[in-house]
Design a protein around this ligand. Structure first.
Ligand code: 5GP
Ligand code: ZN
Length: 112
């Protein structure tokens, strides 16, 4: 989608600090980290949020979780949190599906 920030990051039109990339997904460090380690994993294809996941595109979500598991091992993360915000009230600010991976500090539950 031409006016989507994360589509522009995937296309390399906006610079980012890459963690990992393959044909289906892209992982990069968050510009405003909320934990000592904070990166985002996104599908290369534009999907608005978890609310737009269906039978036609769900495979990429499974793939992303396998990538998160592998990257977290490679980065030596022993404990981490995976978060996806959906919609305004949950705090979604970029309308391209993304999974936050946060690690390296104590976290509270429930989230604020
Ligand atoms: P959301 O608020 O939608 O759950 O998460 C969007 C995330 O994208 C935020 O944590 C925000 O800091 C991050 N972000 C926004 N713009 C950029 C950018 O240009 N580059 C990077 N690396 N992260 C961004
Ligand atoms: Zn997009």
């Amino acid at each position: 989608m031409s006016d989507c920030l994360f589509c522009k990051i995937v296309a390399g039109e906006i610079p980012s600090k890459k963690v990992y990339e393959d044909e289906l997904c892209y992982a990069f460090y968050d510009i405003d980290p909320q934990a000592p380690t904070h990166f985002l994993v996104i599908p290369k294809a534009h999907i608005r949020s978890v609310s737009q996941v269906d039978q036609t595109n769900a495979a990429v979500v499974g793939h992303i979780f396998s990538v998160i598991a592998r990257l977290s091992k490679e980065l030596g993360l022993e404990s981490y949190r995976v978060v996806s915000n959906i919609g305004d009230q949950a705090g979604q600010s970029v309308l391209h599906l993304h999974f936050h991976v946060l690690s390296g500090r104590d976290m509270t539950w429930p989230p604020g």
